[in-house]
Design a protein around this ligand. Structure first.
Ligand code: NAD
Ligand code: UDP
Length: 320
């Protein structure tokens, strides 16, 4: 198949491109390099089945493909709040452009949605039928509401135009190729611990998240893209239900790095969700999917990646 991956030079996108190529597909990776890097996909550039297109999804583009994975969108709060108007445009106009393409060429399309559509959830764990508790006017809204409109567009193009759609709600995912200065909690803690710095815990560290290792996530979204079922167009949670407070995560990172860690408590950002854990019954029954990599194992791989990056003489996180 010929497959388009938007945001393909980013953290998750680069792992997805790699997997799709290894399964014998042709892959077109489209990215504007806002948070993605050529370095992430440089090892794929010699593959005849791989093509890289520098393009912004907010602009229309004509391509002929069989499947579209729409991942283009900054995911770290630091990055999506850098230019919030652009974040909304990326989710909404990007989604319309990709759905227009899917409609024109009869491609199947998967949207990378997020657990953020549940906002600061009042039910726990979160099931797909929960409508969420999202602030429409806060600092996180450009991301949360952008992704919610993207889901609406997916459902309406499906109902109105018969576009073959899939929606994955991704819970916190981590692993190799996260940016060193990404701002998300796993990369922050790992980099701080490796440098012997204090770990920055926001708030009192009692808020929880559930962390999914990137290979499990990629496996889940490929399964969803290729699954068939009567209700397959409805959203599916993909995440690891193992739930940790940020204080517990800091301890886990300390153990993995092999250092005594010190914590610096900083103010909690606005609208920071207090708890988050996926109910994955739907993914289990529809996709026969279960995460395999526990936090300690995934953290070890992530620590090894950042250790090599930090120890390297060219230790940079600059864009290629
Ligand atoms: P990332 O920031 O590493 O990747 C996003 C990619 O999209 C980058 O390569 C970036 O350059 C590209 N991009 C951004 N705006 C673009 C635009 N206008 N046009 C073209 N390319 C653009 O983030 P990630 O963690 O790999 O996330 C990938 C997707 O998964 C995102 O849609 C994100 O919202 C979703 N997601 C991720 C997580 C997570 O924990 N990593 C959780 C929920 C949802
Ligand atoms: N967080 C933290 N220290 C950091 C970065 C983040 O304590 O250096 C917290 C953040 O306040 C949130 C959790 O870790 O409660 C997860 O944050 P992240 O930005 O990784 O993801 P999201 O909030 O989008 O789930």
């Amino acid at each position: 198949m010929r497959i388009l991956v938007t945001g393909g030079a980013g953290f998750i996108g680069s792992h997805l491109c790699e997997r799709l190529l290894s399964e014998g597909n042709e892959v077109i990776c489209l990215d504007n390099f806002f948070t993605g890097r050529k370095q992430n996909i440089i090892h794929l550039l010699d593959d005849k089945k791989f093509e890289l297109v520098r393009h912004d999804v907010t602009e229309p583009i004509l391509l002929e493909v069989d499947q579209i994975y729409n991942l283009a969108c900054p995911a770290s709060p630091v990055h999506y709040q850098y230019n919030p108007v652009k974040t909304v445009k990326t989710s909404v106009m990007g989604m319309i452009n990709m759905l227009g393409m899917a409609k024109r060429v009869h491609a199947r399309i998967l949207q990378a949605s997020t657990s953020e559509v549940y906002g600061d959830p009042l039910i726990h764990p979160q099931t797909e039928d929960y409508f969420g508790n999202v602030n429409p006017i806060g600092l996180r809204s450009c991301y949360d509401e952008g992704k919610r409109v993207a889901e609406t567009l997916m459902m309406d193009y499906n109902r109105q135009n018969g576009v073959d759609t899939r929606i994955v709600r991704i819970f916190n995912t981590y692993g190799e190729r996260m940016l060193e200065n990404d701002g998300r909690v796993v990369s922050n803690f790992v980099v701080q611990a490796l440098r012997g710095q204090e770990l920055t815990v926001y708030g009192d560290g009692s808020q929880t998240r559930s962390f999914c290792y990137v290979s499990d996530l990629v496996d889940g979204i490929i399964r969803l893209m290729n699954a068939e079922a009567a209700d397959i167009h409805m959203p599916v949670n993909i995440g690891n239900p193992g739930e940790f407070t940020m204080n517990e995560l800091a301890e886990e990172v300390g153990k993995c790095v092999g250092r005594e860690i010190k914590i610096r408590y900083l103010p909690l950002p606005q609208d920071d969700p207090k708890q988050r854990k996926p109910n994955i019954e739907r993914a289990k029954s529809l996709l026969d999917w279960n995460p395999k990599v526990p936090l300690a194992e995934g953290l070890e791989k992530t620590v090894n990646y950042f250790r090599a990056l930090i120890d390297s003489p060219k230790a940079t996180n600059t864009k290629a």
